[in-house]
Design a binder for this molecule. Structure first.
Ligand code: GLN
Length: 244
């Protein structure tokens, strides 16, 4: 297969709490499997290439996320990539931006509408660790991350939660969806979990790689050599300790 291309979308405005690291994790996990992979850093003002294999979008402050939204709406490249089924991982403000509308700095802003979700304001800022049980086929391991947001997101019928919350506050702090964390719709996977989330949830990284390659996770090339020891030993052990 040719080089896998990873679009790091607007890291200059969206990328709090290590979210840029999600692109690094995808590239590294591809390389561990002997696959060539490269990151395309796309900053504010750049056209968003619509034919990359996968994309990551990070979180950000209200003003930054409004700037990002304006650019993404005007450019249209990310929307076309999503409509073509290219995997997109979107974090926190990224989740809100890809939704229908969000409230930031007291104004309601139109998002990209790639996720059937509307974001209002939480009664109290959510800051802290969260865990959830994944609801997305292919994922079996507990999801974990760090959240810091004021957004209260409610999903419509076209979107499904990424996980069912087991610790912390998820998409919203009241109503029927209090146990929902994140959103999945088509090729978009979105979550409030920073971390970066893919460093803390390697199975989710592999799911995105597999989707980008159009294969099942079980068909990803084997990890061999020193990388295999790391994956099977240290990393898993650290993860278990973290979840304790
Ligand atoms: N500005 C958004 C909020 O507070 C997103 C924050 C973030 O991405 N961490 O809800």
């Amino acid at each position: 297969m040719s080089t896998l291309t990873i679009g790091l979308v607007l890291p200059d405005v969206l990328g709090t709490y290590g979210d840029d690291g999600n692109a690094l994790v995808l590239r590294q996990r591809a390389r561990m499997r002997g696959l060539d992979a490269e990151i395309h850093r796309i900053t504010l003002g750049d056209a968003i290439p619509e034919t990359l294999d996968m994309y990551t979008v990070g979180g950000g402050e209200d003003v930054a996320q409004r700037l990002a939204t304006e650019h993404l709406l005007a450019d249209g490249g990310l929307t076309r990539a999503a409509n073509a089924g290219r995997p997109i991982l979107s974090i926190c403000a990224g989740l809100q931006v890809l939704g229908r509308t969000f409230t930031a700095s007291d104004s309601v802003v139109e998002g990209l509408g790639l996720i059937d979700a509307t974001t209002d304001v939480l009664s109290k800022r959510m800051i802290g660790e969260i865990t959830s049980t994944p609801q997305l086929e292919g994922l079996t391991e507990t999801l974990t991350g760090f959240a810091n947001h004021m957004g209260s997101t409610v999903l419509g019928s076209d979107a499904s939660p990424l996980g069912t919350l087991t610790k912390g506050t998820g998409n919203t702090d009241e109503g029927e969806q209090v146990s929902y964390e994140g959103a999945v719709q088509g090729s978009v996977i979105a979550t409030y979990m920073h971390g970066p989330v893919l460093a803390r949830n390697p199975q989710l990284a592999d799911l995105i790689l597999a989707r980008a390659m159009g294969v099942d996770m079980s068909e990803l090339p084997e990890v061999t050599g020193q990388f295999a020891d790391q994956l099977n030993g240290e990393v898993q052990q650290l993860r278990k300790e973290r979840l304790r």
